[in-house]
Structure formats: structure tokens, C-alpha cells
Design a protein around this ligand. Structure first.
Ligand code: SF4
Length: 597
């Protein structure tokens, strides 16, 4: 982070500079820290410039010109989503900034930072990545301007865009640039074809010379940017094609954008168990950088949480996780998780509680597909019904949690990252999970009451939620525990009508539940739900009603939240039987969802 730290390490220069819109927290849940440690372990000298001033390039240049390239990310959340509420009001807080204050990064941070790097270091290769770049990699609907924007690769003029989880692609980028011996005249050719990246070419001829080039007939030709601007349903076609590309993992895709071709190489192979184990065992301090005088709220929330796996087998249409991490679950070994938790117990900040063990969904650790996902055409492994090829050992999951709880110095192990209640075929394990590892509140995401809206979300039927709710209440009572379900709910989802919202409101009233915060749907870039919102069709092309104007959206929202204006601070919604106050685990769940966009 500083010249002094470089001097302490004896580094006259950096190999790689990472510029991020988040504060620097040396924790594996923060992308810049994770990739910095990963590249560091491979022998590269990495510096991080976090939340630089953007009125001049001096701040971004403070560590000097790096030898190989600069990597740029907006941070854990799309910068527009981080700055504005669902009703386009400016947020007043930012969990990724010291003191929790808003305003430490610019709007469209990826573009702004790339320009700064260009000014500071002319000719230096610039690679963009993170959620903002990843989900805006092709033409996308931008809610904040109500326009279709072209690929952020073209708008930022970066040399390369890394999409999805970036370890393999960023390492390959470093290796190739190193092998090219700083010949910046060859940057474009050097970086073409890396799995998990997008790059721009002026014609397909350059692409066909690549050693791993696709056959032309196998190239997925996405609707062009102009066609999408003219015909909104084509956004759905492009979005579904990119979703398939991420899931199957083998295809190349291309999109014409004003005569430039943006090429999407197949996704990078996800890291395997041994690689994940090695990555998460790197010496993270699990603290914000000591130069910060104030606490970074997100750092405290996740300090002693453990990532057990990556990927989510669900294909929820509003969610970016499967689009970013993929639907193939990759899990760490129990031994590695145990080692990580053992190390917690010697950390100076340790107080005895593991606040979360999970991934995007807590109970998918160890899950796998028995078939070949490369030929799978399903958009979701769990809905409309559980795929017969999807395997998850819930008893093993439970054994893992108990093993972690048995470590000396560990008083509690909590599951806070939300569970998929429709996985549970093993009721015994689910019961044990409810009674042993829920810290008073369990977040689940029924999202809605209407089965038609749930179908459009690719969520399980509401009956499954009610069955789970019954089990949860019975088991909590039996264990003598006062525990609550925190249901996540969404208003104004595409396909949702005022009547649907009233049905949901009635159900909540009948149970005596008063939602305090409900998330009004935000059409974030790149998701299938956003294509529905923009085009007014479902994924099969059938017309659906859409609350598009702020007035219509607010009216739906007020059906659940009659006493509230637009929520300004909170991304995720809660409904509680009683006000129990929010614990760290609850806040952590919010942060995780916010982080994943
Ligand atoms: S075959 Fe089934 S379990 Fe495998 S990826 Fe496809 S939907 Fe998921």
C-alpha cells in the first residue's frame, strides 16, 4: 500500500499494481487481497492502491509504474449499485470504506480508474475485472441511465477484461506479459484467448490464429449491440447465451459493437479443492490495512467467517452469483477448513465465534453434478425440481460443522450465509442444522408468495418455504430455542403485479409478520431478470407485466411497506416476527449479498 512497505520488502518496483474501489482489507473475501496474495504466492510483487483520489492521476501513481500491468476493479459491488438505492437516491453509507462513509469512489469506477492509470502510465497494459466489469462485459441494460450500454471493455478502453473468479486468468495474464518482455506494441496479441477473459478485435482473423481458437461454426454469435438497442428482446437472447456459456464452460462467443468485435473466451476452469485449499491458507491478516484510522464495517462483519466453497447450483434470475462464480460447486477440504479455524483461535482479535461457514449458499458444501455439466442445458440445478444428477451430502456437511465446533477455543459455529431449504432430502441433518448452528436468526429467501413470480425468479414454490417454516418452528420449539426466520422478499420483480404484492402482504399479516425492510427489485447489469425488466418478456419470450416507472415500483413497494419511504441504506430485506435487533451475523449476510451484487 505504501512506498515504505515496498522498501521494507526490498522492492524497487512492483510487477503488478491493483487498483480497487474498496478499502484494502487483507481478507480472502476481498477480491484485491485475494488476487494480491495469489499473485504474491506465485512470485509476483503486487501493490494495491485502494480508493484513490480520481481528480488527478497522482494518487494512482503513488507506488510507481509496475513492470507488467495494472489490474482495475470497482470493488466488491458494482459502483452504481454501491452508490444508489433502488429508487436512485444517493446512499449515505458504504460498508467497504473506513468509517462506513459514502463517496470514496467514483461512479463507474472501472472506467474512471482505467483512465487514471492510462494517464499515469502511458502504454501500460490495463486489465479490468471484478463484479462490475464481469457483469457488464457485453451489451447490458444500465438502470441508472435507463439505457443499453456497450461492453465496459470498449467504454473503459482496457486491454483485457477478466470475467468470473479471476485467479487463473490474472496469473496467465502476468505470465504472458512477462514472456512478452514488456513489448507493449504486442499487448493485444499477447493477451488474446485467455480462458475467462473478453478482448476486442477488429475482425475474426486474429482470433482464428490462436492455438485454442474455436471453429467458426462453433462460435456463438450474440446479437449485436445495435440490434439490442433497437430490439430489447435481443437482450434476453444475449443474456441467456452468456449464462449458458458460463454454465457449460466450453463455448466461445462474440458480439459486434459498432464494428468492433468483443470476443468472450470460454470461462476459466474453476479452481479445484487443492488449489482452493492453498489459496485460502495464504497468510491473510484478516484485518483492514493499519493505515486506516477508522474501522471498515465490512471487515468486522466477516473477519472470522470461512468460505467453504464457491459456486451456486441455483440459477436465480436476479442473482449474479451463478453468472460470476458458475453453477459448478467447488469445495475446500474439511482439513483445510479446520486448519483455517484453528488459526483463528490464535488471532489477537478472536472472541470464540466463527460467524459463518458457507459460500453463496451455506448448505452446498461438497455438492456436485453426477452428469456432465458441459452438455447440460438446464438453467438451474434446483428448480423447477431438483435435478436427479445433483448430489449433496447433508450429513457430511453437518459433520464438518461439528468438527469445526469441536476445535479447542471455538465456542460457536454459525451458519449465516443463508441456506437453500429446497435441497433438504435429509430431514435429520436439516433438523440438526436448525438446532445446533442457527444463532437465533436464520435467513432464507422465499422472495415472494406468488408461484408465478417465483417461477420467473427460478425459485422453489412457496409451498416448499411453508414446509420448511413448519419444520424450523417445530424443531426450534423442541430444542427450547427462541429462533426466527428472516425471509428475504422482493417487490416490483418483473412479472409481479400489485395483486401479487397484496397476496404476499396478506400472508405476512396472517402470520403477524411486519416486514421492516423489503428490497425493491434493482435491475443490475447482466442478469436474466434485468433482461426481463428491459424487454418485458420472460426467458421463453412471452410478454409479462413489468412495473417500470419509479411510481409503479414504489406503489408495489408500499404495499408491503406502507409506513416507509424508499429505503436508502439497506440492500437486503428483512421481515421479523419481533424486533430482536440485528447481530453481526445478520449484517454479515447483508454484506455478502451486497458484495456479490
Ligand atoms: S445435469 Fe443437473 S446437476 Fe448437473 S449441471 Fe445440469 S442441472 Fe445441474
Amino acid at each position: 500500500m505504501t512506498r515504505e512497505e515496498m522498501a521494507q520488502r526490498g522492492w524497487p518496483e512492483l510487477d503488478v499494481l491493483l487498483v480497487t474501489g474498496d478499502a484494502y482489507v487483507d481478507h480472502p473475501s476481498f477480491g484485491a487481497a485475494l488476487l494480491g496474495r495469489w499473485l504474491g504466492a506465485k512470485g509476483y510483487r503486487v501493490g494495491i492502491v485502494a480508493q484513490p483520489a480520481w481528480d488527478a492521476p497522482a494518487d494512482v501513481a503513488r507506488l510507481g509504474r509496475p513492470r507488467l500491468f495494472a489490474g482495475v476493479t470497482a470493488g466488491a459491488v458494482d459502483s452504481m449499485l454501491a452508490h444508489y438505492t433502488a429508487f436512485r437516491k444517493k446512499r449515505s453509507d458504504d460498508a467497504y470504506t473506513p468509517g462506513g462513509r459514502a463517496g470514496a469512489r467514483p461512479n463507474r469506477a472501472t472506467i474512471v480508474y482505467t483512465n487514471l492509470v492510462r494517464q499515469a502510465f502511458p502504454g501500460l497494459p490495463v486489465v479490468i475485472g471484478g463484479v462490475e466489469a464481469s457483469l457488464r462485459r457485453a451489451s447490458h441494460y444500465d438502470f441508472w441511465t435507463d439505457k443499453v450500454r456497450r461492453s465496459i471493455l470498449l467504454d473503459s478502453k482496457a486491454d483485457l477484461l477478466i470475467y468470473g473468479m479471476g485467479e487463473r486468468a490474472i496469473l496467465e495474464t502476468a505470465r504472458r506479459l512477462e514472456a512478452a518482455a514488456n513489448d507493449i506494441t504486442r499487448t493485444a496479441e499477447t493477451l488474446r484467448g485467455i480462458p475467462g477473459t473478453a478482448f476486442a478485435v477488429s475482425s475474426l482473423s486474429g482470433l482464428l490464429e490462436l492455438p485454442n481458437a474455436p471453429a467458426l461454426e462453433a462460435l456463438v454469435d450474440l446479437p449485436s449491440h445495435d440490434a439490442i438497442v433497437r430490439e430489447p428482446p435481443k437482450l434476453m437472447t444475449a443474456t441467456l447465451a452468456l449464462e449458458q456459456q458460463v454454465h457449460q464452460g466450453t463455448q466461445w462467443a462474440v458480439q459486434n459493437s459498432g464494428g468492433r468485435l468483443v470476443v468472450f473466451a470460454p470461462p476459466a476452469q474453476p479452481l479445484g479443492t487443492e488449489e482452493l485449499d492453498a489459496l485460502y491458507s495464504l497468510p491473510f491478516t484478516r484485518r483492514a490495512h493499519p493505515s486506516y484510522a477508522e474501522e471498515v464495517p465490512a471487515a468486522g462483519m466477516i473477519q472470522f467467517s470461512v468460505t467453504s466453497h464457491r459456486g451456486c447450483a441455483g440459477g436465480c434470475t436476479f442473482c449474479s452469483i451463478a453468472l460470476h462464480q458458475g453453477r459448478t460447486i467447488r469445495s475446500r477440504s474439511a482439513e483445510s477448513l479446520e486448519q483455517e479455524v484453528r488459526a483463528f483461535t490464535t488471532h489477537p482479535d478472536w472472541r470464540g465465534s466463527v460467524s459463518d461457514v458457507g459460500g453463496p449458499t451455506a448448505n452446498m458444501w461438497g455438492a456436485r453434478c453426477r452428469a456432465d455439466h458441459r452438455t447440460c442445458r438446464r438453467a438451474d440445478c434446483l428448480t423447477p425440481e431438483l435435478c436427479p444428477h445433483f448430489v449433496v451430502d447433508e450429513a457430511e456437511n453437518l459433520r464438518l460443522l461439528r468438527r469445526l465446533r469441536g476445535i479447542e477455543g471455538v465456542h460457536h459455529v454459525r451458519v449465516a450465509s443463508g441456506i437453500r431449504y429446497d435441497l433438504g432430502r435429509d430431514r435429520t441433518s436439516l433438523r440438526a442444522l436448525i438446532t445446533e448452528f442457527v444463532g437465533g436468526q436464520l435467513k432464507v429467501a422465499p422472495e415472494h408468495r406468488s408461484d408465478e413470480v417465483l417461477r420467473l425468479m427460478r425459485k422453489p414454490s412457496f409451498q416448499r418455504f411453508e414446509e420448511f417454516l413448519g419444520l424450523f418452528e417445530r424443531e426450534s420449539r423442541r430444542a427450547g430455542k427462541e429462533q426466527y426466520i428472516i425471509p428475504y422478499l422482493i417487490s416490483a420483480f418483473p412479472g409481479c403485479t400489485d395483486d401479487d404484492m397484496r397476496t404476499l402482504a396478506r400472508w405476512l399479516r396472517e402470520r403477524g409478520w411486519k416486514p421492516r425492510q423489503v428490497q425493491c427489485f434493482v435491475p443490475t447489469p447482466g442478469t436474466v431478470a434485468t433482461a426481463m425488466y428491459h424487454a418485458g418478456i420472460d426467458p421463453e419470450g412471452r410478454p409479462i407485466p413489468v412495473a417500470r416507472s419509479d411510481k409503479d415500483r414504489l406503489r408495489q413497494h408500499h404495499i408491503l411497506m406502507p409506513d416507509h419511504g424508499a429505503p436508502e441504506k439497506t440492500v437486503q430485506s428483512h421481515a421479523r416476527p419481533r424486533d430482536k435487533g440485528r447481530g453481526a451475523a445478520s449484517k454479515q449476510r447483508d454484506t455478502r449479498r451486497k458484495r456479490l451484487g
